[in-house]
Design a protein around this ligand. Structure first.
Ligand code: CA
Length: 228
C-alpha cells in the first residue's frame, strides 16, 4: 500500500460514536475529517476530497442515502454505511445509491478498521490495472485507468463496487466467475456479508450496462457475455 496517508470522512451525528470512530482511524494512521449531518457531509466531501467515507444512515438534515446519492453523482468514492439495524430494505436502498459495504450497529472497532482497509485495498488494486489500455467489450468500453465506462458511446456512471465487479468479470470474458470468487476478489476478504451482496451489486451493474451483458449461472455465479 502506498505510504501516502488516506483521508477518511466520518459522518455520524452521535458525538460519542463520531469521536470513537475518528480516534480509532487516526490511531490507524488515517487522516480524518468529521461531519455530523447530511449537508455537512456533502460540504466536507467537496472541500476535502476524502478517499473513503464512513457514513451513518440516520442523520439530521438529510439521511445517509441522500448523502450517498449526492456525492456519488459528483465522483465515485468508496462508502461504508453504518446502519442501526440489519434491515434488508435499508441495505438494498443503500446499495442502490452507491454504498459499497455495510456495518450494523453496534460494531467492533476492529471490524470497522478491517472493512475500511479492505475497501481501500480494493480501489487501489483496481487502480493498479491502470496500465491496461481501454477494454472493448462489444458495445461497452472500459477505461480501467480512469475508472470510466461507456455504453454505445454514452458514459455510464458506476459505483466503485460495480466498476470492480465489471473489471473482475472482464478479466476472463465468457468464463463463469463464482460468487465466492467475486466476494474474495472484489470485496477483498472471504468472510463478506454473503453472496446476496454480490447478487445485489450485479443487479445494479446490469441495470446500467445492459442485462444481456452479464449471464447468470444459477447457483454458481456470473459470466460476462461479449457480443462479437
Ligand atoms: Ca445517527
Amino acid at each position: 500500500m502506498s505510504t501516502a496517508r488516506r483521508r477518511v470522512l466520518v459522518v455520524e451525528d452521535e458525538p460519542v460514536i463520531n469521536q470513537a470512530v475518528s480516534d480509532r482511524l487516526e490511531a490507524e494512521g488515517y487522516e480524518v475529517v468529521r461531519a455530523f449531518d447530511g449537508p455537512g457531509a456533502v460540504a466536507a466531501f467537496t472541500e476535502h476530497s476524502p478517499d473513503l467515507i464512513v457514513l451513518d444512515v440516520m442523520l439530521p438534515g438529510y439521511d445517509g442515502h441522500e448523502v450517498c446519492r449526492r456525492i456519488q453523482a459528483d465522483r465515485p468514492v468508496p462508502v461504508l454505511m453504518l446502519t442501526a439495524r440489519a434491515d434488508e430494505a435499508d441495505v438494498l436502498v443503500g446499495l442502490a445509491v452507491g454504498a459499497d459495504d455495510y456495518l450494523t450497529k453496534p460494531f467492533r472497532m476492529r471490524e470497522l478498521v478491517a472493512r475500511v482497509a479492505a475497501l481501500l485495498r480494493r480501489v487501489e488494486r483496481a487502480t493498479e490495472l491502470a496500465g491496461r489500455k481501454a477494454l472493448d467489450l462489444g458495445g461497452l468500453t472500459v477505461d480501467a485507468a480512469a475508472r470510466r465506462v461507456w455504453r454505445d458511446g454514452e458514459e455510464v456512471r458506476l459505483t466503485p463496487t460495480e466498476f470492480d465487479l465489471l473489471l473482475c468479470l472482464a478479466a476472463q470474458p465468457g468464463a463463469v466467475v463464482t460468487r465466492e470468487k467475486l466476494l474474495a476478489e472484489v470485496w477483498g476478504w472471504p468472510g463478506a456479508s454473503g453472496t446476496r451482496t454480490v447478487d445485489s451489486h450485479v443487479k445494479g451493474l446490469r441495470a446500467k450496462v445492459g442485462s444481456e451483458l452479464i449471464r447468470t449461472v444459477h447457483g454458481v455465479g456470473y459470466a460476462l457475455e461479449v457480443a462479437r
